[in-house]
Design a protein around this ligand. Structure first.
Ligand SMILES: [Zn+2]
Length: 150
């Protein structure tokens, strides 16, 4: 079955923290730690900006804006709930967008964290602003994924 990655299919990311899976949707407001998460995300983005990151500011007043994409929320949550330096592992239901890709890359350098994001196409392993696709899987059947906005 093919999904077209249209806007009615919200991005969602899962993160495993101490054996418990937490799931976030883009612009999610349902998690008990939601205030801390958005605060942490804000801090992360401020820090990235100082390192030259320019966020995609489309739809910036909306909860669907790239700055609230599910993997960013999951990473912020990971920062709050894991020890400094611990590897962060996220599973994303859609393809990682360009904005999240460049943000995550920079996060890995600025905060000295390994971040592994498994999206619907491949694993991305971010370390010290480098990224490697590990365990590449054939992209057959995912041709439409590039239409995804998240
Ligand atoms: Zn994104």
């Amino acid at each position: 079955m093919k999904e077209r990655g249209i806007k009615t299919n919200p991005g969602s990311s899962m993160i495993d923290v101490n054996g418990v899976i937490h799931e976030f949707k883009t612009g999610d407001g349902s998690h008990p730690q939601v205030k801390e998460i958005y605060l942490m995300l804000k801090k992360i983005i401020e820090k990235l900006k100082m390192e030259g990151y320019s966020p995609n500011s489309s739809q910036r007043r909306k909860l669907t804006a790239p700055k609230y994409h599910s993997e960013k929320l999951a990473i912020a949550f990971g920062f709050i709930n894991t020890d400094p330096g611990a590897t962060i592992r996220v599973i994303k239901n859609l393809r990682v967008c360009e904005d999240c890709h460049s943000a995550t890359k920079l996060i890995s350098k600025v905060f000295k964290r390994d971040i592994i994001v498994r999206d619907r196409v491949r694993y991305h392993h971010f370390r010290n602003a480098c990224t490697a696709a590990v365990g590449n899987e054939p992209a057959i059947g995912f041709g439409l994924a590039s239409l995804s906005t998240d």
